[in-house]
Design a protein around this ligand. Structure first.
Ligand code: SF4
Ligand code: SF4
Length: 469
């Protein structure tokens, strides 16, 4: 074959049999054929683990996609369901000895099938159109949308209303979102344009703020930039940056995702910094993929930008961490966010950083690299499966006896914190940078007291937030 990519056609789902409107989808056929159906990935696949159905395994899904792309199988409801259930967690890529790039098959396939839907159908999905596309990518809108919930929490009404089952009256996706939001922590003030290095300057970096991360995890942003300063980094926070585009991309608004990508590429002074730092795995994986997703005149600039992107764990490990002086005196478990471990291959780095914190006992978390069920907006769209994965993660965390569980991703933090809160378990859920920051400052990590855990408040949240001000 001369061209390694094959353009094939999928039958449009609303076309009559035999009169399918052609839909171009370019999936390099060698990527599909690289799967030798050995099944070594199945044990690591969360949906196969839960459901035990071959069609919900990586091998089964590759087979289904291949059959659809070749026109041997129509996209029936059943086929669509098996493919929709995939978390795109990429655990199968880590497990696969043949190097199958599963997401490079799934993502174009999903885009093509979504775009095959009549546009009125996509526009009629209010959750996609309003919540996912119009609110989530904009931090100010998220903050405004959260105001009523925050007021209920402040008035102490949230939990009684939840116990009365009032949330059950809401549509499922809204209800799922509400229970996640309750796990959030009040944000600090906006980050300034620039923060200078402490001591000898070792690097100059630009910091990516994002959307949900900025609206709900600004305390993590503050912790991260302080850790960077402690490690001798000048930190530039470019204005004009925006959401990474992952939300748009994963709900098949490719043009919207590209607009965000190009805005970020324009906003970041990549020639003036050693790295673009990102502290949430989902955003990092998306930013690193900018050079891959779209092929046009802007591709070289996107590739240049993507080459500078570093996850904070990866960057500090490369730079060489300045170990904190103050001890943590805590037993800690680390959860591998899928988009860090599987999408970016960052597994050892955060553990090496944690090993340099005095007094910290890092205990192994069973199934640490299995998805917690968050997976972008998966826990809003596939509530039952996501909840089962969340409960499984909780059980594994409780088994460790850890006082703190760490995760480097906004979605994982929300999902795990919700399960911890529901179980009223005495475990703090933190980003690794929050823990490091506390150890530089000689403060108790958020949610802990004197190396022992604070009891969860009635609202399920601690009141000792370490929010910079
Ligand atoms: S994806 Fe990899 S591990 Fe899974 S069946 Fe195919 S070749 Fe085997
Ligand atoms: S991406 Fe995750 S859920 Fe999807 S097939 Fe691979 S392991 Fe299973």
């Amino acid at each position: 074959m001369n061209d390694p990519s094959v353009s094939t056609t999928l039958p449009s789902r609303d076309a009559k049999p035999g009169r399918a409107a052609p839909l171009p989808v370019t999936i390099p056929e060698e990527k599909i054929l690289s799967c030798v159906h050995c099944g070594l990935c199945t044990a690591t696949c969360p949906t196969y683990t839960l459901l035990g159905d071959e069609n919900d395994s990586p091998r089964g899904r590759i087979y289904l996609m291949h059959a659809v792309v070749q026109g041997r199988l129509p996209i029936t409801e059943s086929v669509q369901t098996h493919l929709d259930r995939c978390l795109d967690c990429r655990a199968c890529e880590t497990a696969c000895p043949s190097g199958v790039e599963y997401s490079r098959i799934l993502e174009p396939f999903r885009l093509a099938t979504a775009q095959a839907q009549p546009s009125w159908k996509r526009r009629a999905d209010w959750f996609r159109q309003v919540v996912l596309l119009r609110i989530f990518p904009y931090p100010e809108r998220i903050r405004r949308a959260l105001t009523p919930i925050r007021l209920l929490q402040k008035a102490g009404l949230y939990e009684p209303m939840e116990r009365m089952g009032l949330w059950d009256l809401l549509p499922a996706r809204l209800r799922a979102m509400l229970t996640l939001v309750n796990a959030s922590v009040p944000a600090g003030p906006p980050l300034p344009d620039f923060l200078p290095a402490k001591g000898r300057r070792r690097a100059r970096v630009a910091f990516f703020v994002g959307c949900v991360a900025d609206a709900m995890f600004r305390h993590v942003h503050w912790a991260t930039v302080r850790v960077l300063q402690e490690n001798g980094c000048d930190v530039v926070i470019p204005g004009g940056q925006c959401c990474c585009g992952a939300i748009h991309y994963h709900v098949a608004d490719e043009e919207g995702a590209k607009r965000f990508a190009d805005q970020n590429v324009r906003a970041f002074p990549v020639h003036d910094v050693d790295a673009v730092i990102v502290n949430h795995a989902g955003c990092g994986a998306m930013l690193k993929d900018y050079g891959h997703y779209w092929k046009d005149s802007q591709t070289p600039k996107r590739q240049e930008f993507a080459a500078k992107v570093r996850d904070i764990n990866e960057f500090l490990d490369q730079l060489g961490l300045v170990p904190p002086i103050h001890p943590a005196n805590l037993t800690v478990a680390y959860h591998d966010a899928c988009h860090l471990a599987h999408a970016q291959g960052i597994v050892a780095q955060p553990r090496r950083l944690l090993s340099q914190i005095p007094g910290l006992r890092l205990v192994p978390l069973p199934e640490s690299n299995m998805c917690c069920g968050s997976a972008g907006s998966y826990n809003l769209l596939h509530h039952d499966l996501a909840t089962r994965l969340g409960r499984r993660k909780l059980e594994n965390i409780l088994r460790t006896g850890a006082e703190v569980v760490l995760a480097s991703n906004a979605g994982c933090l929300l999902q795990i914190e919700r399960e911890i809160r529901r179980a009223r378990a005495p475990v703090a859920v933190l980003h690794p940078m929050e823990l490091l920051d506390a150890c530089y400052r000689g403060e108790k990590p958020r949610g802990t007291t004197n190396g022992r855990m604070a009891r969860p408040s009635r609202a399920g949240r601690n009141t000792s937030g370490n929010v910079a001000g």
